[in-house]
Design a protein around this ligand. Structure first.
Ligand SMILES: [Zn+2]
Length: 334
């Protein structure tokens, strides 16, 4: 089966296919763009296209030849991936060395070899240095595809040796139509909300819907509301946040940040808040809170976002945040 290239990436696709026909494909490509817009899917299609024995006229893989079948079974020896062992962990130098050793041998089928590095910014310093040598002396008939949402976090020496390919999000209408096809069981309002929370990135929105993130977000706001009214103990609310952390280390803090920011915005213009599906919940909180205290909590949340990238104990972090949150309202309740 052939899965077409996302409609919103067709221009980038055609540009690469034209380069291929003129035998002017680069040795290395730096595919960048916001999280959740389909960068990895694009790289997968490109890899399939280069490995396929009889690609279609538009360059897409046929989906049926022996090479395509090996790819589908994930047994194609010329399709290589460099990625962390677990999300959030670095790509280490040993993994790069293994790859380099593999690339020093000739390809198994005499055609292209395609390597994807994702997320490329997760290569640690030693790994990046080792990888740089491969970029400086690229092996023949090999395409290295570096994938990243944060190209600025890659060393300039690596960036300068790759052809940049920045992929963009689709317009909102295209994104919503795609998402509704992808997640037909979701209500239209849910699809719209997921898309908004994903800042318009359709694949990220589909992931939110599939993994039940909207429900988890609802549980977290309910825990916060319970805390504000004194019904929920801050430590119990922190435990709810711990559940949300199973999905993502940063996202629950990101949500809370925007709820607090919305509480500040509500004072000026209720039509301009980010979480407009939660206007009612936010307006029902005990008021008025001290705005200086809200700003203080915002600063703390911003700091907490950075701390999640360290070895900080998330339970203590969340208990601290929830106690501060409850404290905003404790003097206001009667
Ligand atoms: Zn094929």
């Amino acid at each position: 089966m052939t899965i077409p290239v996302s409609q919103w990436h067709v221009n980038a696709w055609q540009q690469l296919q034209a380069g291929r026909r003129q035998q002017r494909l680069p040795h290395a490509l730096l595919v960048s763009g916001e999280a959740g817009i389909g960068k990895a899917a694009f790289a997968d299609r490109l890899a399939a296209s280069l490995l396929c024995e009889q690609p279609r006229e538009d360059g897409q893989a046929c989906g049926t030849c022996p090479a395509c079948q090996r790819l589908a079974a994930q047994t194609h020896p010329d399709r290589l991936r460099l990625e962390p062992e677990e999300p959030g962990k670095p790509i280490k130098v040993d993994m790069v060395r293994q790859l380099i050793q593999h690339l020093s041998l000739t390809g198994h089928y005499g055609g292209y070899r395609v390597v994807t590095v994702e997320p490329a910014e997760m290569m640690n310093t030693n790994a990046a240095n080792a990888f740089l040598k491969t970029l400086e002396e690229p092996p023949a008939s090999t395409l290295l595809i570096l994938i990243t949402a944060s190209p600025a976090r890659l060393p300039a020496t690596i960036r300068s040796r790759c052809q940049p390919m920045r992929l963009t999000s689709p317009d909102p209408q295209t994104a919503l139509a795609w998402l509704q096809q992808e997640a037909p069981d979701s209500a239209p309002q849910e699809a719209e909300l997921a898309l908004r929370l994903a800042a318009g990135a359709p694949r990220l929105a589909a992931h939110y819907l599939r993994e039940g993130w909207l429900e988890v977000r609802q549980q977290l706001i309910e825990a916060l509301i319970g805390c504000a009214h004194g019904r929920t103990d801050p430590l119990a609310a922190a435990a709810t946040a711990q559940e949300a952390l199973k999905l993502d280390r940063q996202l629950p803090i990101h949500w809370m940040y925007h709820w607090v920011a919305d509480l500040i915005r509500l004072a000026y213009d209720e039509n301009n808040i980010k979480n407009n599906d939660m206007t009612g919940e936010l307006q029902a909180l005990p008021t008025p809170v001290e705005y200086s205290a809200l700003h203080h909590l915002l600063d703390k949340l911003q700091q907490a976002r950075r701390l999640t990238e360290t070895t900080i104990n998330p339970q203590l972090l969340w208990e601290d945040l929830m106690i501060d949150w409850a404290g905003l309202f404790s003097a206001r309740r009667v």
